[in-house]
Write a protein that binds this ligand. Structure first.
Ligand SMILES: [Zn+2]
Ligand SMILES: [Zn+2]
Length: 269
């Protein structure tokens, strides 16, 4: 299922990492998304280097001889940009786009292939456009989201993280085979607030200290303005039931914030 087409011309690549909880495995996605337009193609995030041996052949198959035109890492961290050098080498015509403010330090040999994009600039892919969206929930200051007009998919990097199963002491088989590549609406049960809180609290340390209610109002407006049909997080199954998952994600943020308050975390300063 690596490379699953989640909407016409939008492909989900990457894989899950496995941690242990209650002696049982717990899965954590690291995903990348390929968007193929009639003229140009773009890879949003690169996947983790650990998954490169499976990502590379899937890219070759999906591109079917076409070049990969744009590489758009959401921000320069290993799970999001770790395959950048391998991709630049493999696709010599590809340009790195996004908020590339520090990339020349990481990749001095590729400085000429870096192109800065600002908020709401648009990459013309032919029959569709990828718009750069400010990251309302982010890790690094230069994180960017993106919106594909062709599919109504919003790519949100570390936003809306969740694990697709949380083991309980009663579980027989904690991670059910085949769940890694399911859309959220295809999971046997809708993701719980606890599953989202597990992902959120680990992907984004700051969420323990910030009340995000106001941020979620802005996100709600964005989802209406851009008629979002899919949300594609780097760390979670692709979200196909957008409205209920927004509520779950907000509840998870509140739970992470409240837990730090009850633990006596000092938020001053
Ligand atoms: Zn991340
Ligand atoms: Zn998995």
């Amino acid at each position: 299922m690596n490379g699953r087409e989640i909407a016409p011309g939008v492909f989900w690549l990457g894989g899950c990492f496995e941690a242990t909880m209650l002696t049982r495995p717990i899965h954590y996605h690291v995903s990348a998304f390929l968007i193929i337009g009639s003229h140009k193609s773009v890879l949003y995030d690169t996947g983790d280097p650990h998954h490169w041996p499976s990502i590379a052949p899937v890219l070759t198959r999906l591109l079917a001889g076409r070049p990969l035109d744009y590489l758009f890492p959401s921000h320069p961290e290993i799970p999001h940009a770790g395959n950048l050098a391998a991709l630049l080498e493999r696709y010599p015509a590809a340009t790195v786009v996004g908020d590339i403010r520090d990339y020349h330090v990481h990749y001095p040999e590729y400085t000429e292939r870096l192109v800065a994009l600002r908020h709401h600039e648009r990459l013309d892919l032919g029959d569709r456009v990828l718009e750069v969206i400010p990251a309302y929930i982010h890790d690094l200051p230069n994180t960017l989201w993106a919106y594909d007009t062709g599919s109504g998919a919003l790519f949100v990097s570390d936003g809306f993280s969740y694990v697709h199963h949380l083991p309980t002491p009663a579980d027989e088989a904690s991670h059910l085979p085949g769940q890694c590549w399911l859309l959220s609406s295809e999971l046997p049960e809708p993701p719980s607030v606890e599953q989202a809180a597990y992902g959120t609290g680990r992907a984004l340390y700051w969420t323990r200290f910030v009340d995000v209610s106001e941020t979620f109002n802005h996100i709600g407006e964005l989802l209406v303005q851009r008629s979002t049909r899919l949300i594609a997080p780097a760390h979670g199954n692709v979200i196909s039931d957008v409205e209920p998952m927004i509520k779950i994600s907000l509840a998870a943020h509140r739970e992470v914030y409240a837990a730090s308050a009850s633990a006596g975390v000092d938020r001053a300063g």
